[in-house]
Design a protein around this ligand. Structure first.
Ligand SMILES: C[S@@+](CC[C@H](N)C(=O)[O-])C[C@H]1O[C@@H](n2cnc3c(N)ncnc32)[C@H](O)[C@@H]1O
Length: 351
């Protein structure tokens, strides 16, 4: 057992089994604090690390939204869970097409990992030395006002709770210790999931809920209701609230057991976009119909941008560019599994 596992095991021995959210939250906090997990040498990769076109198209989408909002300045460009800062760097490059916005933009990163904050600082210093980002532990700390908010693959990395349907009732699934002292799932008390499960869920079904995600969506919605702004949440998940177990662990780009080696593997779960959309709308935002990532990027010009980038490139560089963009767009790769949820201030029609 590693140090974190010993701490969690002591907690279970002292106070009884813990929620899956407690296990996942402690594991992810240690995981992100202690490494940069992205890229070929890490555990997983993400769209901005695959192709610059991803961040650039989001930048153009943001510039368009800003103009539709009437061009409010100063504008806060807020990114939740910015990883290596690559998406922000690509997005800022695209904003050069709108100089007044690019010059006046304020960058705010919401990031809990000190290791990744360093990476983000380094990326912006190298590529956009004129920008002085500010870091926050939570969205609530970002100053209020007009904003464009982006989050790519943050919501799948937030702790979930799991619920099991037994004899027509929901019971929370917990993590305890088995006879050999290893972490094992067990079933807890009857309870009420914080999101209504589908009525079709029958005995044996497993249902997942993500309260931190709902809280962040509520905070985004309140901000959009209070000042002009737009938000783009991109992640992998399902469009409608559904039962099913999606919690997974990835280590060195391969699946791993979810309760093994706590804090040393990436833990994620599918995002429930219906629940996120409802939380945004309940807080006062205008929510657009969910789009597939491939569709969103194509409609916003990904193929045109690719063509422009290919001009003057040799064959090998051209192939790399095309392979990266295809991975983002192809429905068999990231194009369909990943979804895009956009929301704006209520005075605007949905984007
Ligand atoms: C899967 S990575 C995605 C990184 C980046 N958005 C990308 O697309 O490459 C998740 C990011 O969210 C950060 N993170 C995890 N939990 C967080 C939280 N509760 N609040 C803010 N950031 C968090 C991680 O440190 C990391 O930067």
């Amino acid at each position: 057992m590693n140090l974190l596992e010993r701490r969690l095991a002591d907690e279970i021995r002292a106070s009884g089994p813990i929620g899956v959210d407690r296990f996942m939250g402690a594991a992810l906090e240690h995981y992100y604090r202690s490494r940069d997990p992205l890229g070929a040498g890490g555990d997983f990769t993400t769209a901005p690390e695959i192709s610059q076109v991803f961040g650039e198209i989001i930048g153009l989408w943001g510039a368009d939204q800003w103009q539709r909002l009437g061009g409010p300045l100063p504008l806060r460009l807020v990114e939740l869970g910015p990883g290596r800062g690559t998406l922000m760097a690509d997005l800022l490059r695209a904003l050069r097409v709108v100089p007044p916005l690019r010059q006046a933009v304020e960058v705010h990163f919401v990031e809990t990992s000190p290791t990744l904050r360093e990476r983000q600082a380094e990326t912006l210093r190298r590529l956009h030395p004129d920008v002085a980002p500010r870091w926050h532990d939570a969205l609530a700390q970002v100053p209020q006002g007009p904003m464009l908010l982006i989050a790519n693959e943050l919501f799948d990395a937030l702790p979930i709770r799991q619920w099991l349907r037994e004899h027509g009732r929901w019971r929370e699934r917990l993590v305890g210790l088995d006879g050999s002292g290893a972490f094992a799932f067990e079933t807890g008390q009857i309870g009420t999931p914080p999101v209504d499960p589908p009525l079709t869920a029958s005995d044996g079904a497993l249902f997942e809920t993500c309260e931190p995600g709902l809280a962040i969506a509520g905070e985004i919605g309140r901000r959009l209701a209070a000042a002009p702004g737009a938000a783009l949440l991109i992640d992998y998940g399902h469009g409608q609230t559904a039962a099913g177990e999606t919690l997974q662990a990835l280590k060195a780009h391969a699946y791993a057991p979810v309760l093994a080696d706590a804090g040393e593997a990436d833990l994620t779960a599918h995002v429930d976009f219906e629940a996120l959309g409802n939380a945004l709308a309940a807080a006062g935002a205008n929510v657009a119909p969910l789009a597939l990532q491939g569709q969103f990027l194509i409609e916003n010009g990904a193929n045109l941008r690719l063509e422009a980038l290919l001009r003057g490139k040799d064959e090998a560089a051209g192939l790399r560019l095309k392979t990266g963009v295809r991975r983002l767009l192809d429905p068999m790769e990231m194009g369909r599994l990943f979804k895009v949820l956009a929301a704006t201030s209520p005075e605007r029609s949905p984007p």
